[in-house]
Design a protein around this ligand. Sequence first.
Ligand code: HEC
Length: 113
Amino acid sequence: MKKLVYAALVAATACGLSSAFAGDATKGKATFVGKGCWQCHGYEGQGGSAGPRLANTQLPEDGLISFVHNTNGIMPPFSEKLISDAELSDIYAYLQSRPKPADPKTIPLLNLK
Ligand code: HEC
């Protein structure tokens, strides 16, 4: 059964239907800016003075969606009326598409003996 589901996913991806399963990073960037997430988290989700880094978050997608709708800490919650699950899936794709930090092995100063 697992194999069948996997085969269906591969087939769907090959047919260009992957957007049914994952967000759209380009739309996600526009939503991240349009809904004001950048004001606390930075345009690239790199983190700002008011909010932590979100780029390449370790949170699973449903964890991010649930956090944004339900948080009650310093960050104000954004209800489903303000931002939909689909829009948050797009934001998730955008955040996962941000460049990763440099590998320390590629930084000469850190490799001096
Ligand atoms: C007013 C500032 C502010 C805005 C606007 C804001 N955030 Fe946040 N966000 C925070 C702060 C501060 C935290 C740290 C947790 C806390 O203290 O509430 C946070 C935490 C998060 C986290 C959890 C990060 C983690 O690793 O636990 C996610 C995900 C997140 N924000 C997404 C968003 C998204 C998406 C938007 C736009 C819809 C947004 N935030 C808008 C301030 C903000």
